[in-house]
Design a protein around this ligand. Sequence first.
Ligand code: F6R
Length: 614
Amino acid sequence: MCGIVGYTGKRPVVDILLDGLEQLEYRGYDSSGVALKCSESIKVYKAEGKLKNLREELAPHAYELTKSTSGIGHIRWATHGSPTVVNAHPHTCNCGNLVIVHNGIIENYKELRAELEAKGCKFKSQTDTETVAHLVASIYGEVRNLTKAVQLATKKLEGAYALCIMHNDEPGVIVATKRNAPLIIGVGENEFYIASDVPAFIKHTKKAIYLNDNQVATVTPDALKLEDENGMIISPKVEQLPWEPVALSKMGYKHFMLKEIHEQPDVIRNILVGKLHTSDTPIVLDEVKLTKQTLKDLNRIQIIACGTSLHAAMVGKYIIEGFCGIPVDVEASSEYIYRKTVTDAHTLVIGVSQSGETADTLTAIKQSKSRGSHILIITNRPDSAMAREADSLVPVSAGIEVSVAATKSYVAQLTSFYLLALYMAEVKGTMEQAELTALKAEMLILPQKIEQILAHKDEIQRCARKYSNTRDFIYIARGINYPTALEGALKLKEISYINATGYPAGELKHGPIAMLDETMPVLSILMKGSVYEKLLSNSEEAKARNARMVALTNSTDPKLDDLFDFIIRVPEVNELLSPIIAVIPLQLIAYYIAEFLGKDVDQPRNLAKSVTVE
Ligand code: F6R
């Protein structure tokens, strides 16, 4: 959440910062700003809303700013204070000589603010960040050295931060530091980049230094000095990034989300390469570093995640318990970290995260690691902070996901869970060979089945249009597709702002059924298998309350024609694999409703793709 970019070198800085911020727009897009070192002073430009507004703000000054070769920029997802120009970063001290950009939350900012106000600092914004600007500036007044001032100031900060700071009296110098928020330095020829994420500078350099917590980097065009918080010199580890610059293109699709939905068959194919060769050969998961013995000794698994990744985790629980007979708990990371969790060396802790940097999940992982659990991370970012904590790393290889609403990364997480559960079942010998072979054979043809659904998307679009005027939407399912109902509802909420809720269908009559009348659409995820008949009865109960019934089904049962007003059919699939198939039409329904309503599909209001604050 929030993106930081910094540059010091010999080239004009403005476009480097703006292009870098554009690559980080997935982290927030409610306001943005840059601070540029000019001959006499540091100039700050800010704008509310999307980055294009900042570009417009800077356009009239383009010529005069070409001489500026160092600066910092920020794209914001508001935590403290509404998304206004005043609250946008960079923030400054009272005289404007010190500028700062920040990602994270300073938890003790109120106390610090009171102290600084008592000393005469005048605050302009409601942000926690401005406190750091005044704090560093007041220490700078005594020590006259920006690095030293930052080291002393950060000792007083509680919470999470990635910071980039400049001072007018130290031209060309940027000081960067972090704690529990990402910050990476790109190393060029007589130039350095600083950013929250690699895409911000990958087109300029592939050499990078990942800052560790509490390290302080001081960069000038010609040198980098890395120290710890006490000023001890650290030798920097420069890594070669295995990245290619990606031209983010919609490839003719109207939105990234639609493109990413269409990429899902290939995402599954890519994941299976090298891991699942044929239905008769064992799964290869070299990434899992648990020995055969440790796997056998495991008495418990905990899976922790947030949002869409949490829904993948819920499917993971269902199949790992079913295939391997190991008890699995699933918990939202934000709940896990604030209670006394029981975890030890016989517990496998699995963290699931598209971005690999979600603050709550990262904290949870660190907690369980300190208690001796083996940490297995399923992530789309093998270079992320979470991946760096992993004992076993399962990269989901979905490629960059631009749309804020997760689609292909979810299907990739599910695919990875299937591989993991089948692999563990093979090692532990907990599944019949025939069942293993049948499931593996069907996994290999999932991509074709998704392609069949995508080929009939017009029908789903028709359904979406029919229900796009609704204020509420209920999704029901049972068993392994209960998480699919939650995910379908989450997708719809996120991008259309319709109040959608997923329920385990058996729970309907314990309360939610009171909501049903002729205005309420109820979508039933009716996959053939162990709970089909039960769910059919629950759907009848909803129909009896006049709800507008929609079925998502792989059944051709003629009874359904009387029960449902609209039926979306998907290909036959083994119940155990059906979450991968069932979610595709739900992603499309959410997409088409949002598109029909004219919403900003790829960048929905109030959201950010990477949630780096707790
Ligand atoms: C929903 C969505 C979010 C994320 C959640 C966790 O479309 O994208 O709910 O799933 O913020 O993010 P990661 O997976 O990066 O940990």
